[in-house]
Design a protein around this ligand. Sequence first.
Ligand SMILES: *[C@@H]1O[C@H](CO)[C@@H](O)[C@H](O)[C@H]1NC(C)=O
Length: 158
Amino acid sequence: MVSTSNIVLLVSLLLTILVALQFNEGQSFTPIPVPVKVYVTNNLTGNLQLGIECKDKHQDFGYQIKHFRESYIFTVHPTFLFPTKLFWCSFSWINGAKYFNIYDQKRDEDDCDKECRWEINAYGPCKLKAGSIQCFQWNANIVEGDMITGEGNNNHNV
Ligand SMILES: *[C@@H]1O[C@H](CO)[C@@H](O)[C@H](O)[C@H]1NC(C)=O
């Protein structure tokens, strides 16, 4: 038989721990993550169609063809405390195929609160941030047909 005061004590203790964990090195606040809607918009010049397929290790959102200014949309569920979610996309159009880590929780969680907006250009994907745009290079190489590694995510500001 567990008394009510013990339960209250336990709940308070858990809440205290939870609140304590929210403060990451005393500066940035790490809220319990909410689902993030990722928009990947065809921004290719010349009215070109763009084939997009996004996935992670467990989920594949399928191949879709998007016209200019149309978006491929999917939802990711960020992990709590340890930012480990990683989704990548392949982009195919007349230029061939390019790959990019479209949602890298470590990189993106501060910019993408409830949604993450990307626009895909021939020279690379750009992320819409509050009041600015940050552009990235395509992923450099592909290993084992699926996992993407390499120095692909160095940004260059335009
Ligand atoms: C979309 O394309 C236009 C025209 O090329 C460009 O000026 C703009 O920066 C692009 N948007 C993003 C977010 O990359």
